[in-house]
Design a protein around this ligand. Structure first.
Ligand code: NAD
Length: 304
């Protein structure tokens, strides 16, 4: 049985040149004792945290899971895909970064599956300090034509699943006095585009959930934030480039610049590595006062 985690000890470290006294390195070393394991981390203090990343077998979720593992965090993967490919991914992440990496195939439309995901992660990782609600799907259609089952599925995966993971993981985070909920919303959580009614409604809803829960646990050491990416180069997006180029009779470069990135002022995709690095920062102690925020990573999209 694990004893409750007590607050971290932080010691200042300074490495200096013996000859001229110049400071070469200044850092904070954090020692965390959760009763079962003692972990140490420099500066960011993410090492040893246990994180669930939903929808992490591909794209942005995978980028966040990679960044977490690289920051010394234990990770529970989730999402659909070929079983042997997922196992290869799980063992590569664990082997490369020397952290615990598990996998749970919960269907995020199913509250019972989500309950089991949280319980399994608590068992396999020791505790769940971080939940990233990333699993998401899209369907594009005019609202008067929008299939009801697509509407229901998008609301269930893109919005309601975040409610379920949050309500289930939050009590233990509050009891330990530390936690991070990171909801992957979208630039479409802040502005709309036509023909994406369910997606835009769900992503706006995620921001409402984020703000409300952030206020409810503001004094508990748990922060709740939403990341709002612009166009991200995931395998799904990459695969659309050759088809669009063929259909429109333009080059792949023109598809990217004039079609996909028409609304993204930087004229380049956001990378999954950039989102992963930002998610790691949100988990660190340096981000302790960022809560209830909708944080765009969108190359200037919503600045227009
Ligand atoms: P993706 O299709 O590459 O990945 C989606 C992940 O969700 C996969 O792992 C998939 O297996 C999983 N998933 C889908 N349905 C699921 C279900 N019912 N249960 C469990 N897992 C399920 O997509 P992505 O582009 O990486 O998108 C990830 C998130 O980022 C989504 O919430 C999306 O809305 C958001 N987003 C993406 C972009 C972009 O340009 N790619 C921009 C803004 C926001």
């Amino acid at each position: 049985m694990r004893l409750p985690r007590w607050s971290r000890q932080i010691s200042r470290i300074r490495v200096f040149d013996l000859e001229d006294g110049r400071t070469l390195l200044r850092a904070d070393m954090a020692t965390t004792n959760d009763g079962g394991r003692v972990t140490k981390g420099l500066n960011g203090m993410t090492k040893g945290l246990g994180a669930i990343v939903t929808g992490s077998t591909s794209g942005i979720g995978l980028g966040i899971a990679e960044a977490f593992a690289g920051a010394g965090m234990d990770v529970m993967l989730n999402g659909f895909g070929d079983a042997s490919e997922i196992e290869a991914l799980r063992s590569r992440l664990a082997g490369t970064h020397g952290v615990t990496v598990g996998y749970h195939g919960a269907d995020m439309t199913k509250p019972d599956d989500i309950d089991d995901l949280i319980k399994s992660a608590e068992q396999e990782l020791g505790q769940v300090d971080v939940v990233v609600n990333n699993a998401g799907i899209q369907h594009v259609s005019p609202v008067d034509d929008f299939p009801t089952e697509k509407w229901n599925a998008i609301i269930a995966i893109n919005l309601s699943s975040a409610f379920h993971t949050t309500r289930l993981a939050l009590p233990a985070m509050k009891a330990r006095g530390f936690g991070r909920v990171i909801n992957v919303s979208s630039a479409h959580g802040l502005v709309a585009s036509p023909f994406k009614s369910a997606y835009v409604a769900a992503k706006h809803g995620v921001l409402g959930l984020t703000k409300t829960v952030a206020l409810e646990c503001a004094e508990s050491g748990v922060t709740v934030n939403a990341i709002c990416p612009g166009y991200v180069l995931t395998p799904l997006v990459e695969a659309q480039i050759p088809d669009t180029a063929r259909t429109r009779g333009i080059s792949a470069d023109e598809v990217v610049r004039d079609v996909m990135l028409a609304g993204q002022p930087t004229k380049r995709f956001v990378s999954v590595e950039e989102i992963g690095a930002f998610a790691v920062f949100l988990c660190s102690d340096g981000a302790a006062s960022i809560t209830g925020a909708a944080l765009p990573i969108d190359g200037g999209w919503v600045a227009q």
